[in-house]
Design a protein around this ligand. Structure first.
Ligand SMILES: [Zn+2]
Length: 353
């Protein structure tokens, strides 16, 4: 294993960021290469905990000569966000200087343009340099995993439909309860990787990418950082890497994926019609029927008509829920995976990973 730091100069005098990168050299030519990062949203730590234990397992595998394909691991992908303590709260999701989501605005390039990502990198701001380094490393691999988490959530993932159903092995290995099939239309990290692969050849757009995978994994909620979960998830990811031939082992067949698979159009984003205190009646992991009471918003406390009930627009599985108990008008409350398309309009691409 080799550990090195990528140095990213800050945008003000006296600041520089260090990005530790762990690299394992594969021994088998042609074996798939893997790139895994966590905490691109710097306050999402389940993936960092997972990677701590995964690295332990990879070191062990390396000592036994079992690393077949190159593996690159970045356990804390966003030192810039991790430093943004703002009025006592970590703001790891948006760059404070530009208000840009750290998981958006990745360059949408063709694979052949990869060398250009880090050429003359001094022209770019620190946040853009970070994105370019991350994307450049990822595009050297065939299996790319970006580990995030939701606010309160089940284990689930955003997977571009181009990788489905081949990616059911990852969903099974990580014991996911749901998979959201996305249409790959935003500038999120995972979608920038897939974009480059789809545009590998000049002018054409590939609609099938066998043996490749670029995915945003949502490792439950921000507070789901525990030794047992991190160990179990590391074990699952290790089994996935074995299954894909990155690590040698006697292949134990993975169990079949038994969770819900829903295109993004079938996700009901439940929003608050007005501001107020949120009283949830239902929680993540629960199956609800159309018309069932999900939450009550106390919009005008003490008034006879001051409370507003929110009901489920259709049958489904509650996959995420916010942890705040104060809603602003139109703020998101829940994501429900449903069998039918939602009647609400949505923007293309990953919802808000
Ligand atoms: Zn995230």
């Amino acid at each position: 294993m080799n550990v090195s730091d990528i140095i990213i100069a800050g945008d003000t005098p006296g600041i520089e960021w260090r990005l530790p990168v762990f690299r394992f050299k594969g021994t088998k030519p042609g074996a798939p290469q893997a790139y895994i990062q966590a905490a691109l949203h710097a306050n999402e730590l389940p993936g960092t905990a997972l990677l701590h234990f995964l690295l332990e397992k990879l070191r062990q595998a390396e000592s036994e000569g079992r690393i077949l394909g190159d593996i690159t691991v970045v356990p804390q992908a966003n030192p810039i966000g991790a430093a943004q303590l703002h009025f006592g709260e970590l703001q790891g999701r948006f760059d404070l200087g530009t208000r840009t989501n750290f998981n958006r605005d990745f360059p949408l390039i063709a694979l052949g343009e990869r060398p250009g990502l880090v050429e003359n990198i001094d022209r770019h701001t620190a946040a853009d340099r970070l994105k370019r380094h991350l994307l450049s490393m990822a595009l050297g691999a065939e299996l790319v995993l970006d580990l995030h988490c939701d606010d309160e959530g089940l284990q689930y993932a955003y997977i571009d439909e181009v990788f489905w159903p081949e990616a059911a092995d990852l969903a099974a290995a990580l014991d996911m309860q749901a998979v959201f099939l996305s249409d790959g239309e935003s500038s999120a990290f995972e979608e920038a990787v897939a974009h480059a692969w789809k545009h590998e050849g000049a002018g054409e757009r590939r609609t099938s990418l066998p043996r490749r995978l670029s995915v945003t994994v949502e490792l439950r909620g921000t507070r789901d950082v525990y030794p047992e979960l991190a160990h179990r998830d590391a074990e699952g990811l290790f089994r996935f890497l074995i299954g894909r031939g990155v690590i040698a082992a006697d292949r134990q067949p993975l169990p079949a994926f038994g969770g819900v698979v829903a295109p993004l159009d079938n996700i009901e984003m439940i929003r608050a019609p007005e501001a107020g205190a949120i009283l949830f009646h239902r929680g993540i992991g629960e199956r609800v029927k159309e018309g069932e009471l999900l939450a009550t918003i106390i919009a005008r406390p003490g008034m006879v008509d001051g409370a507003i009930d929110i009901r489920s627009p259709q049958d489904g599985l509650i996959v995420t829920r916010v942890s705040t108990r104060f809603a602003r008008r139109h703020s998101d409350l829940m994501k429900i995976a449903c069998a039918e398309a939602s009647r609400a309009a949505r923007k293309p691409g990953t919802l808000e990973a």
